[in-house]
Ligand binder design. Sequence first.
Ligand code: SF4
Length: 254
Amino acid sequence: MDENAESANPVTAAAVQREAIIQSAIGSAERAEELGLGRDRILLSTKVSDVQHLIAVYQDLAARCDYALHLGLTEAGMGTKGVVASAAALGILLQQGIGDTIRISLTPEPGGDRTTEVKVAQELLQTMGFRQFIPVVAACPGCGRTTSSTFQTLAKEIQDHLSASMPEWKERYPGVEAMSVAVMGCIVNGPGESKHANIGISLPGTGETPAAPVFVDGQKVATLRGADVADQFKKMVADYIEKNYSKAETVAAQ
Ligand code: SF4
């Protein structure tokens, strides 16, 4: 900082700090190698809590060394603030091909646990198309065309069911993590969106006939009615998984 202040062309304090972080990280790694640590056992991680600063540090690091890099926004914060800040920083770097391992660092709610960090990390990788961990449930945001929360409840029930089942399904249904499910709230956009999913349902919106068309791989296969539409659809999702992802079916298809 002193040298920078006295130079003819001083840079910002943030730039000085960034350079110090980078020199420290690379210098430490080089020293570790001199002492005998294998390059393939070195992973550089810098402790940065500002989104723009983190992006700049890692862009410079990636340009100036070829050590493996660990990404994480430290002290990202609680709840949505921490999730958004981490996703923004890591998403940009990952998209640029920077980063070998990641951690989402969230302050848990009082009494909460740390599994949210892992779920957010998985969802970040999955939503960017880099990895698949669990089937995706697409649900419409809801609007003036629907006054009930049925589609939200059903989407949550299915997502929770998929999440809870994945540890077992990973063994029984190889590839099921790539499946997509859609739960839409009205007839206007519902069928179109549902057709893009492996299996999708378009629930009736306000004033619409109480019927819910179901689409499987782009084709309408059923129209559900009655008070137990949610249970009927969950059964159809289970049948779809059994039919398309069970090991026996996969082997037979080969
Ligand atoms: S699917 Fe229907 S209810 Fe859902 S956001 Fe679109 S228009 Fe609104």
